[in-house]
Design a protein around this ligand. Structure first.
Ligand code: PLP
Length: 415
């Protein structure tokens, strides 16, 4: 494990107060805070070698290009891609990465009657792009349901994934519930000649992720959820799939030869990086990966499991609290979604904020899941490397204050 107090010192924002109280930042599933090492890397780029990449041959352009491409290599190592830099496309975020696949792959390879298998607990980012392309191509969406503990219903896998399935698109870890058995899904998808895309937005930042071991065809994730800046995300894909896919966006940098009526494309991954990319943020994502690798992803996972286990224990001791998702920390990342009696989660979040405690309260961009859970919304505390047990205690005390303020009743939230 690592020294959490030492880690906390790297995060300037954790020194600030909110409403006169020390900030307790528990909204890490939405976005994480950034250490000085990451902030400094961004400033250094702009102060020292800001230039456009892949085109200039002056020193600054070469330095910026080298730094940008070095991050591709870091990502290869971080997720253990067996295919090298050709398998890594930089996008703005997870959402753009999934849209890239749905559009570029879907437009070419989907046909009427084909099926795309999702789960009821997907983030809208992994639903809407598939809805759009399915409508265009006459394909059908099928959804795997969850059981009472919020785990995917395994008995449905073989019912829903079959010869008509062309794509299985599923979160590696849900932003509301827990970790999904994605290896099993990958095996079944491949048995039927289908592909599998993993939404890694909530897994890659929080645990060792090995795309080779998971045997996925695509994996999408966002740098801003793993200490990096907003604006830099990743699509991992097998290069032969990228080769076969048409471009997603057209423009500069993604072409080989341009003629008046038609053109040919640059090799992958450049074919999918049209225009000036988010150079500064990709380079800075490299500093975030360095930071996480120095801690060790096994240690990141162990720390989060410890905090999550403690949070589950403290919260489940409050009779008014309903916790969503499995109670076994092995099946969770550092996300605890809950409701507090009959208080609307927006009100819970607002009262917690007056105590300096930042949690998310919403449908978490998972409206089908909220309907399945029969709730309009939930509160969500989500942990990262800098959170402590004392902060879980602060959450619980602030919740109890909220309970006193609203005279909490033990009743479910109405839909
Ligand atoms: C599981 C999951 N998928 C996708 C996303 C979308 O990420 P982004 O907004 O960075 O594209 C999120 C963000 O919360 C998420 O939690």
């Amino acid at each position: 494990m690592f020294d959490v107090e030492a880690v906390r010192k790297d995060f300037p924002i954790l020194q600030r107060q909110v409403h006169g109280k020390p900030l307790v930042y528990l909204d890490n599933a939405a976005t994480t805070q950034k250490p000085s090492q990451v902030i400094d890397a961004l400033v250094h780029y702009y102060e020292y070698y800001n230039a456009n990449i892949h085109r200039g041959i002056h020193t600054l352009a070469e330095e910026a290009t080298t730094a940008y491409e070095a991050v591709r290599d870091k990502v290869v190592r971080f997720i253990n891609s067996p295919y090298g830099p050709q398998s890594i496309v930089f996008t703005r975020n997870t959402t753009e990465a999934i849209n890239l696949v749905a559009n570029a792959w879907g437009r070419k390879f989907l046909n009427p009657g084909d099926e795309i298998v999702l789960t009821i607990s997907e983030h809208h980012s992994n639903i809407i792009p598939w809805q759009l392309i399915a409508k265009e191509k006459g394909a059908t969406l099928r959804y795997i349901d969850i059981d009472d503990e919020g785990r995917l219903r395994r008995e449905q896998f073989a019912e829903l994934i079959g010869p008509k399935t062309k794509m299985v698109a599923v979160a590696h870890a849900s932003n509301v519930l827990g970790i999904n058995p994605v290896r099993e899904l990958a095996a079944l998808a491949h048995e039927h000649g289908a592909l599998i895309l993993l939404d890694g937005a909530q897994s890659v930042p929080h645990m060792p992720v090995d795309v080779s071991d998971l045997d996925c065809d695509f994996m999408a994730f966002s740098g801003h959820k793993m200490l990096g800046p907003t604006g830099a995300g990743v699509l991992y894909a097998r290069p032969e799939l990228l080769d076969a896919m048409p471009p997603f966006l057209g423009g500069g940098s993604m072409i080989s030869r341009v003629q008046l009526e038609e053109s040919t494309w640059a090799d992958v991954p450049q074919k999918f990086e049209a225009g000036t990319p988010d150079i500064a943020d990709v380079i800075t994502l490299g500093a975030a990966i360095d930071y996480l690798e120095a801690l060790g992803m096994d240690n990141v996972r162990a720390h989060e499991q410890m905090i999550t286990g403690y949070a589950l224990q403290r919260l489940s001791a409050l009779p008014e609290v309903t916790i969503y998702g499995p109670m076994n920390v092995e099946q969770r990342i550092g996300v605890v979604s809950f409701n507090y009696g009959d208080i609307h989660p927006h009100d819970v979040s607002q009262v917690l904020d007056t105590y300096g405690v930042a949690v998310r309260a919403s449908h978490h961009c998972a409206q089908p899941l909220m309907r399945r859970l029969d709730t309009a919304a939930t509160a969500r505390a989500s942990f990262y490397i800098y959170n402590t047990k004392a902060e879980v205690d602060a959450l619980v005390s602030a919740l109890q204050e909220a309970g006193r303020y609203f005279a909490v009743q033990q009743a479910p939230i109405a839909r």
